[in-house]
Design a protein around this ligand. Structure first.
Ligand code: DLL
Length: 451
């Protein structure tokens, strides 16, 4: 039997039809909603989670001090370390039998952080992921290939529930098994793919190796996130695969994917769904508590989130370590947009006093036609030397000659010196020689002696 998929509509500018009422609210209406939800959340967290009671009391603030939105600046921050110390369930605000699902971070950099959801939290999460996907061009009835990893990682199940809530046909392939992904894309003919940007690159690359033109598949939309990526990477993926690629942002501690999502008609950064989360920007390296310590819109710093509706794990002023800025809303005018994440404060390479992020290298390298988007950064400190060294190892594109490779290497080195200010070594390597992504790609290999 053949299943006849309905015609897939092309995206149009938002008319209000099919959008959540909160997406079309005015900023004043939205801020009034935020204030009442914030007052509730802060009191709820104080009453139900001992850590919040302790921290608020120590800081000398009480939920009743929150009279307007800017008063949030007086409340203490929450960090990943707090979640680790409360491992496993100390941050939960509801009894265990009201927790419908648990997710956790992999714990590769320390003890896992555990998060929980009530049934209502799961429904809200699915609604926001559906909202994000819809903004990015996906429509009910479309087939969606979900290559985010399933399991304790929030990507797979979070995206899955969102696509189902939107009314899509979900193909729950998870990450990895790239050959199989390609077969299913060819046979099932999905309209959209959900993956990390570097994993989509892996899929496109593997298609080319098999002699399949990645631009020839049924895919029209990709919703990509879970790791930093650049406009240059968007261009690379959109042209190689003949798709529209939009960003989706989120983190487990705050919810998972769908904290913010990008509109396909503007492609100008993800709108933070401010009816559920109150964002702030603070100085990442000198965080102070106080109403005046919050940076203004447009200023660069660390993104901080307070949940406004979560039941199982209300989170107050969570320091994401993600560096970005807030900008006014466009496609959804009341909801502010976030700039691209330039990097995480804990992923910043400090090379002889110069700050550097992998995304800066991606941006520069992808403007050099002979170089591919496959690269790694290696940090070393040669014996007997006090200076750190950076080696950028990057694959050349197919059909690039050795002479062209060495010219490209020189150009990249010079451009990094000009735009970032760091001297480095560039090693242009053979296509296919660097490890491919299966999800979140590791870009930095820090080989410096510890301590
Ligand atoms: O990565 C949630 C997610 C899944 C988002 C699928 C989007 C798609 P965590 O594993 O907790 O959750 O990692 C969260 O990943 O603090 C950022 O550093 C990074 N990140 C997530 N989305 C983006 C994005 C998921 N769109 C951490 N751009 C966050 C840049 C992102 N970085």
């Amino acid at each position: 039997m053949t299943l006849h998929a309905p015609e897939t509509p092309t995206p149009t500018a938002p008319t209000g039809a099919g959008l959540d009422p909160e997406e079309t609210m005015s900023r004043d209406e939205l801020e009034a909603l935020q204030l009442s939800r914030l007052q509730h959340t802060v009191a709820y967290a104080y009453d139900r989670v001992p850590l919040y009671k302790r921290k608020f009391d120590e800081a000398g603030v009480h939920p009743t001090d929150l009279r307007e939105l800017s008063d949030l600046g007086q409340f203490p921050f929450t960090t990943k370390e707090d979640l680790r110390l409360e491992y496993p369930f100390g941050m939960f605000a509801v009894p265990q039998n009201e927790v419908a699902r648990i997710h956790a971070s992999s714990g590769t950099t320390g003890r896992a952080t555990v998060v929980g959801y009530t049934k209502k939290d799961l429904a809200d999460w699915a609604k926001l992921v559906a909202r994000s996907f819809r903004a990015s061009g996906i429509r009910p009835g479309m087939k969606v290939h979900n290559a985010y990893g399933y399991g304790l990682f929030t990507g797979g199940l979070g995206a899955h529930a969102g696509a189902e809530a939107l009314g899509c046909t979900v193909i729950p392939i998870s990450g990895g098994q790239t050959e199989r992904q390609i077969t299913l894309i060819q046979d099932f003919k999905p309209d959209a793919i959900l993956a990390t940007p570097t994993y989509l690159l892996t899929i496109a690359d593997a298609m080319m190796k098999q002699g399949i033109d990645p631009a020839s598949t049924s895919l029209k939309y990709a919703v990509l996130g879970a790791e930093p990526w650049t406009e240059e990477m968007r261009h690379e993926l959109e042209t190689t695969m003949n798709i529209k690629a939009c960003d989706i942002y989120g983190l487990s501690e705050v919810m998972g994917p769908g904290v913010a999502g990008e509109a396909v008609e503007t492609q100008d950064g993800s709108h933070i769904w401010e009816d559920h989360f109150r964002p702030e920007i603070i100085d990442a390296f000198n965080p102070a508590v106080g109403v005046d310590s919050v940076l203004g819109d447009g200023e660069h710093g660390e993104l901080v989130f307070t949940s406004l509706t979560k039941e199982a794990l209300p989170i107050i002023r969570y320091r994401t370590k993600d560096l970005t800025r807030l900008m006014p809303g466009t496609a959804r005018p009341a909801h502010r947009r976030m700039g691209r994440i330039t990097g995480r404060s804990d992923d910043m390479i400090i090379l002889r006093g110069v700050n550097l992020f992998p995304s800066q290298i991606e941006e520069i390298a992808l403007r050099i036609p002979e170089l591919s988007p496959h690269f790694q950064l290696e940090l070393t400190r040669p014996e007997g030397q006090r200076m750190d060294q950076l080696t950028v190892r990057i694959e050349r594109r197919d059909a690039v000659t050795p002479e062209q490779s060495s010219t490209a290497a020189r150009t990249l080195r010079e451009q990094i010196k000009i735009h970032v200010g760091s001297s480095c070594t560039v090693d242009v390597v053979e296509p296919g020689s660097l490890e491919r992504s299966n999800g979140k790609l590791r870009r930095i290999y820090d080989m410096r002696p510890k301590g």
